[in-house]
Design a protein around this ligand. Structure first.
Ligand SMILES: NC(=O)c1ccc[n+]([C@@H]2O[C@H](COP(=O)([O-])OP(=O)(O)OC[C@H]3O[C@@H](n4cnc5c(N)ncnc54)[C@H](OP(=O)(O)O)[C@@H]3O)[C@@H](O)[C@H]2O)c1
Length: 257
């Protein structure tokens, strides 16, 4: 029998690299997707055979429709899909480059929807499979200075919860992972003033990835890794946006000054 195959987007670094390592350790064949082929090759060499599975590189820019199409085709054949690739932007929306904001929507939302559709339709037909969509705590409330990013993650959480419910009883698990601040390249890439965020608010990528995979194995609709993140996420879920958006604006203003 063929080994189960997992496809991970954004696998070159950060949380995605941890998904790739942990799935490989569990004996899966892994398909590694990101733009930086050289970085993926280094990782693939390192983890190939870790738990007995193979590591394959599929370099692609998921904001390019043609390259995304090639990854969609591969996603139809896998047992686990981890939609992890994503990026953020920081600052008042009207001051940011609109093309970057659109690329952010294309990666965080459009690519995730297309890949979920490709994988979910094939998995439902086979009667088994798992899809883990990486969202964020930022999706639980409007995020001033983080407007597009927060909105993309609100979409990812809502969309994933709905598909989770639709696929109940089909053998296909669907989970949204909603991390808080996690040590990766994310903050540098997004120009987030991360040094202002107190140490106790941070998690490391391995524990975040582990929580996501455990949640998917139990077919949880939403996973919030970490005790403090759970408290913050639950607070945001039950508090009116009129309050959480103001609190968010105050916190981010302080961080930016
Ligand atoms: N770190 C946090 O604090 C945090 C908190 C909550 C949620 N998240 C979410 O966690 C996920 C992973 O982020 P991370 O923190 O691990 O960030 P990261 O270290 O910046 O990694 C992002 C990954 O996405 C890939 N990527 C970026 N643009 C891409 C594109 N156009 N096409 C294909 N791949 C692309 C990157 O590789 P290439 O550059 O080689 O393409 C990289 O592998 C994201 O969805 C993020 O929104 C992160």
């Amino acid at each position: 029998m063929n080994k189960p195959v997992a496809l991970i987007t954004g696998a070159s670094v950060g949380i995605g690299e941890q998904f790739a390592r942990q799935l490989s350790e569990r004996g899966r064949d892994v398909v590694l997707v990101a733009r930086d082929a050289a970085r993926l090759e280094v990782l693939a060499k390192e983890i190939d055979g870790l738990g007995g599975g193979r590591a394959e590189v599929l370099a692609a820019d998921l904001t390019d429709p043609q390259q995304l199409g090639a990854v969609e085709a591969r996603a139809r054949t896998v047992d686990i899909l981890v939609n992890n690739a994503g990026f953020g932007s920081f600052g008042p929306f009207h001051t940011l480059d609109v093309e970057t904001e659109i690329r952010e929507i294309n990666l965080n939302v459009i690519a995730l929807v297309r890949l979920t559709h490709a994988a979910a339709s094939a998995m439902a037909e086979r009667g088994r499979g798992g899809i883990l969509n990486v969202s964020s705590l930022a999706g639980f409330q409007p995020g001033p200075s983080n407007a597009t990013y927060g909105a993309t993650k609100a979409f990812v959480t809502s969309f994933t919860e709905a598909v989770h419910e639709e696929l109940k009883g089909t053998g296909v698990s669907v989970t949204a992972l909603c991390p808080g601040f996690t040590h990766t390249e994310f903050q540098t890439r997004a120009s987030v003033p991360a040094s202002e965020v107190p140490g106790f608010m941070w998690q490391d990528a391995p524990e975040v990835a582990r929580a996501g995979l455990e949640g998917l194995a139990k077919n949880r609709a939403i996973v919030i890794p970490g005790g403090l993140n759970k408290v913050m996420g639950n607070f945001s879920m039950v508090t009116p946006h009129a309050i959480t958006r103001r609190v968010g604006a105050m916190v981010l203003k302080r961080a930016a000054n």
